[in-house]
Design a protein around this ligand. Structure first.
Ligand code: ADP
Ligand code: MG
Length: 726
């Protein structure tokens, strides 16, 4: 390797093309996956590992058919054969050989592309689920990885582990498949004398408290682990890192809030007492009282409230918000109440303005689509402080809205607002002096690991009790063959004075064909099935005014049966509605079903949720595919429980956190290695260390935290604009 040059070059300043084996062509391909410096290459981690315990001999392939997991076969390609099938389609067969026999791998399409990827004689690993094809064990469209004859063979035979790197077509074209990556990484490690490897960003106390391997070792082990143990240590370290920075963001945010001046409110209780004395038609539940005590304590303290109110659908969160709002008003401040949809904003407005009017409190509604004149009037009423409470949608946080004395922001159905929106909201609404109190409300029961991450900067209050006198909603799963009976049941309910929702799936509000289906069904229901009853329609493509008219009519029972898309999913409150019929229930996610079911069972009457599906979903023996089996299980689980928490955990397990919250909506920085469900313990560790650090050095000014600060700034800059100021 010759003598090392005088000073070593830092990896982060070395263009990746100078790593031995890279060069300009590969540099361009690497740029496509965000690898620009030698340091980036070091942090280009394997996506999985081949280990010997999962490698099968070909003679055992038949037995492997019974194994539900993926297995791997390693051998040489004996032949590559492409068979034309007509219509421009073709199949490809590869015969793989090891010392115990041969087996086939089959590709049904994209053959042209794959055919070029394999050559006779190559040493290769194929991974997949073994199935039977033409009575022979075989792999269909297996995952593949080119191996190096000597070193990888040695790895496999000594029980080693081979890293498999994520690649793209562009990378493969310049020879950067997994094997290519292993080579250039080995070159990079081999040239250690020329480069300055990155310093460990963590100070020794964090490393030792959490039993992390030092950075240098962790990096070399993640690329070239000798055994499971090394790999385990190394993965632990990088998962910890990922979660640590996430928690640090939350911790710093939390810390700033705790130390920034708030608006201390001395709750005089006058308005609240008046409300309770004669205006509110019910008594608060113990649970509602408990969360209100927590909220009052925050609003009185010297720093801003930053609290999440969690309570299942129908638990009565709105009235809690109303009382918090009254507390702000009593103290001479304005309050903003934000909802995710205009329908919901209008509903909140009509509910709370009734109460507030009786107390002499001025309330305004602010949504998109209002006439400019009206809107300007509302703006100036807010700015001059003539209106005390503003209910609305995102429109409230637009630049033009200026509050005179904003003291409290309530955000309803928080899961539509992510971490980032939450911050934007607070920063926008921020008056010169003190930050207003913030109360966010959600009906999504949040599994604990998520409440520590997505909501990890908030204090949490939970309403865990339903108002008394409610009857438990009955849920039934019905197929097409029951349809007439279901319609008869609905008619009877309406004749008894109740109201009904019939919901159609509309995955995307702009999906024209779905909307057409819902609209056509509406016409048929109105003119044929339920002739003589009043049937209404509501969907997302209607104007706000139209939607409002329909909702008002439904509230007054001028509409008996409301045919709807999921625009009614969140928050709608019509206690006289007792039937929720969900069409194509198999197409809805669990949390969505739970939200929909939450629209009924809100009054004194027995309520019924009916899930309509094709008959095949009724019976686990009739489902034909694994998706159908999952849908069947999901529907069964849903009919068996009304426990929102159970439903959420199951949903989270089925869909993963990204889907669960909607990837964009969650506002979470994406996690590459850590898993929010499986890595609970690491989350707890990372959180502890991060919060301790933020307490100790909130602005990360200490020299020993320099690297942490730099990494944080580099990776999360957009998330934390305000860090720059410190
Ligand atoms: P959510 O928590 O789903 O937002 P809402 O605030 O819409 O629930 O309340 C659901 C229904 O329960 C409303 O009709 C509301 O008036 C009623 N409600 C709220 N609190 C109580 C209570 N303590 N006793 C009886 N009914 C209540
Ligand atoms: Mg609500």
């Amino acid at each position: 390797m010759g003598t090392p040059p005088e000073g070593k070059r830092p990896l982060s300043e070395t263009d990746v093309q100078y790593v031995k084996g890279v060069g300009p062509r590969r540099r361009d391909a690497l740029a496509g996956v965000g690898v620009r410096t030698a340091m980036d290459l070091l942090y280009y981690f394997p996506r999985k590992y081949l280990d010997r315990s999962r490698v099968y001999k070909i003679k055992d392939a038949s037995a492997a058919i019974l194994i539900p997991e993926e297995v791997t076969f390693v051998g040489r390609i004996r032949s590559v054969q492409v068979v034309r099938r007509g219509h421009g389609r073709s199949m490809m067969f590869i015969r793989l050989a090891d010392e115990t026999g041969t087996m086939r791998c089959v590709w049904f399409n994209a053959v042209q592309y794959f055919a070029n990827a394999f050559k006779e004689g190559e040493f290769i690993a194929f991974s997949g689920k073994v199935t039977s094809y033409q009575d022979q064990p075989c792999l269909i469209h297996p995952d593949y990885d080119h191996l190096e004859d000597e070193s990888d063979e040695e790895f496999l035979h000594t029980g080693g582990i081979i890293p498999v790197y994520p690649t793209t077509e562009a990378l493969r074209r310049v020879g950067l498949d997994s094997r290519g990556f292993r080579r250039i990484l080995r070159n990079l490690f081999g040239a250690g004398d020329y480069y300055e490897f990155p310093a460990d960003p963590f100070p020794p106390n964090i490393v030792s408290t959490n039993s992390l391997p030092p950075l240098g070792e962790a990096i070399s082990w993640i690329h070239f682990p000798k055994d499971e143990k090394q790999l385990g240590y190394s993965l632990h370290r990088f998962k910890f890192e990922e979660l640590f920075y996430l928690q640090l963001l939350l911790a710093i945010r939390r810390n700033l809030i705790n130390h920034s001046p708030g608006i201390p409110m001395k709750s005089t209780g006058q308005l609240v007492e008046k409300l309770a004395a004669g205006i509110l038609p019910f008594k608060l539940t113990e649970s509602q009282k408990k969360v209100l005590r927590e909220i009052f304590a925050d609003m009185k303290a010297g720093h801003p409230m930053y609290r999440l109110l969690q309570g299942d659908v129908g638990s009565g969160k709105t009235v809690v918000a109303l009382i918090a709002i009254l507390t702000a008003v009593e103290n001479g401040y304005q309050a903003a109440f934000m909802a995710p949809t205009e329908i919901l904003a209008a509903q909140h407005y009509s509910t709370i303005s009734q109460y507030l009017a009786k107390l002499g409190v001025e309330t305004s509604l602010l949504v998109g689509g209002q006439k400019k004149n009206l809107r300007d009037q509302i703006y100036s009423a807010i700015e001059e402080g003539r209106t005390s409470v503003v209910v609305g949608t995102h429109a409230i946080i637009q630049e033009k809205v200026k509050f005179k004395r904003l003291g409290l922001i309530v955000v309803d159905e928080q899961h539509r607002f992510g971490v980032m929106q939450r911050m934007a909201l607070q920063e926008k609404a921020e008056p010169a002096a003190a930050e207003p109190h913030l109360l966010v409300m959600t009906a999504t029961p949040i599994p604990r690991t998520l409440s520590l991450t997505i909501y990890g900067d908030l204090d949490i209050s939970i309403i865990d009790e339903m108002p008394t006198g409610r009857k438990k909603t009955k849920t039934a799963l019905r197929g097409e063959s029951n349809r007439d009976k279901v319609y008869k049941f609905i008619r009877d309910q309406v004749l008894a004075g109740r109201q009904v929702y019939i919901v159609y799936p509309l995955v995307n509000e702009t999906e024209k064909s779905d909307l057409k289906a819902a609209t056509q069904s509406f016409v048929r229901l109105r003119d044929e099935v339920f002739r003589g009853l009043k049937v209404g329609l509501i969907h997302g493509q209607m104007t706000e005014a139209e939607k409002n008219d329909v909702m008002t009519a439904f509230k007054k029972n001028a509409i008996n049966i409301l045919v709807a898309t999921t625009v009614i999913e969140v928050g709608i409150d019509v206690p006289n509605a007792t039937v929720m019929l969900i069409e194509h229930a198999d197409r809805f996610g669990l949390s969505q079903l739970h939200q929909l079911r939450g629209r009924i069972g809100r009054g004194i009457h027995q309520s019924y949720c009916i899930l309509m599906t094709e008959d095949k979903y009724l019976d686990e023996w009739k489902v034909a595919t694994s998706e159908e089996a999952v849908a069947n299980r999901r529907l069964k689980l849903f009919t068996s429980t009304s426990d929102g928490f159970k439903i959420a955990e199951y949903d989270l397990m089925l869909r993963g956190p990204g889907e669960f919250f909607g990837t964009k909506q969650s506002g979470m920085p994406p996690l590459k290695l850590a898993n929010l469900i499986k890595d609970r313990d690491i989350i707890a560790q990372a959180r502890k260390s991060a919060f301790r650090l933020a307490e100790e050095d909130p602005h990360l000014r200490d020299g020993k935290h320099r690297w942490i600060k730099e990494t944080l700034m580099k990776n999360y800059r957009e998330s934390f604009e305000f860090l720059k100021a410190n």
